[in-house]
Design a protein around this ligand. Sequence first.
Ligand SMILES: C[S@@+](CC[C@H](N)C(=O)[O-])C[C@H]1O[C@@H](n2cnc3c(N)ncnc32)[C@H](O)[C@@H]1O
Length: 470
Amino acid sequence: MKKPESVPPNPAASHGDTPLWHQLQQVAAVMQKVEAGASATTALEAVPAALRPGVQALVFETLRGLGVGRLLCSQLVQRRPAPLLQALLHSALVLAWQAGAQREDSRGYTDFTLVNQAVEAAKRHPKLRHSAAMVNAVLRRYLREQAALRQAVQQASPQGDPALLNVPDWWLQRLQRDHGPDVAAALIRHGQQAAPMTLRVNARHMTADAYLEQQLRPAGLDGWRQGAYGIVLQRPCPVQQLPGFAEGWVSVQDMAAQLAAPLLLQALPQDRPLRLLDACAAPGGKTAHLLELGDHAVLALDQDPQRCERIHDTLQRLQLPAEVRAVDAAQVDSWWDGSLFDGMLLDAPCTASGIVRRHPDVPWLRRASDVAQLAAAQARLLQALWPLLKPGGRLLYCTCSVFREEGDGQIGAFLSCHSDAVRLPAPGHLLPMEGTGASSLMDNGVAGDTGVTGLMDHDGFFYALLAKRD
Ligand SMILES: C[S@@+](CC[C@H](N)C(=O)[O-])C[C@H]1O[C@@H](n2cnc3c(N)ncnc32)[C@H](O)[C@@H]1O
């Protein structure tokens, strides 16, 4: 099946029995927490489970347009509103802005409905009731002056592109410095699209072709094949609906992340089980993939004990064995038994600047100073783990970041002070581009045996493969 051209319908549009005003109250509560520094995932946990998918879709849409929402709010409101009221106004303005730009049938409501429902949300909320008239006045003015406001926003936008307002200034400047203005703009626009749900089929059970043809399609689910093990679903669905999910036939994992295990294993001897280290392993997606591809002895580390539980859960569902330890991988003396590793995966902590479409709160939660702090943590891990690799062994370093300081910059600095390290061919910076699903995967010559055979839809990632001289 071919990838469809159209964007999948917005789940918030089909809000079933829940009126939009009720969802908007929840959205405002979540956005207030995110604007105060909480992650969207944590803030959404407080939303009743039945409402969560619809509220999450609206929160994500708000976050993807928050820069525009803030600018509109500052033009329409003279004094800074209290946090909850401000959160409702930001959400309503972003959603009205989007609704005004799209056909009604693609989202299920017009900008007029949206405004009415936002006013209703205020009227029915004990803390917002007294501000309902103000919400009404601001949003009606937005509707009346929409054309002029659109022009004003466009004029205030970098490169005349309102999408570029939807990341902090430092973020835009860093991307422009790292990749040039056109690629920076394409990366930002890509980050403002909804991500597809991508599966990795467990090679121990069946091929991805067989899973698609014999399991998914008969179950009424559809998608298209990507890479050696991947399937991009036409529509996201709860994992419980995936045939064989509980039995470990399939996992959810982005296409770029699915390159890690094959990249490392293909660079190592194929004829024997290997001793492998996965240094930053939770929740265990790449650990599991390493084990799906061979009977290796894997030591999986993560410094967060709660996240280590998720590695156990992943491995239990897939029925794969590994030793899991909750330790700081850089504190080698606390966990290492003295025997060297054939291969290591270092999927290091990073800014997550490559996975903004799945986590649209990331640009708003990060500060510019986080990049250098995380780069220092990555350098510390590389430095500490390198001596544990056998001569002739391989270390695969990766981050889900598109910032050079966490990719090429990091590896360049490491190579300049480790004369026993050689950089082998690997993708480098994988930059996802807007709309087309096109990417830099092909340009980087990654195709090889990783199964990359065409345009792929993936997150932003960085891979460097290092060999230790014999
Ligand atoms: C990008 S995530 C790993 C994702 C994982 N490899 C997967 O594919 O499912 C990075 C992980 O590094 C862990 N981490 C951060 N610093 C660490 C350290 N010094 N030692 C061990 N783990 C660390 C974090 O707790 C986080 O779970």
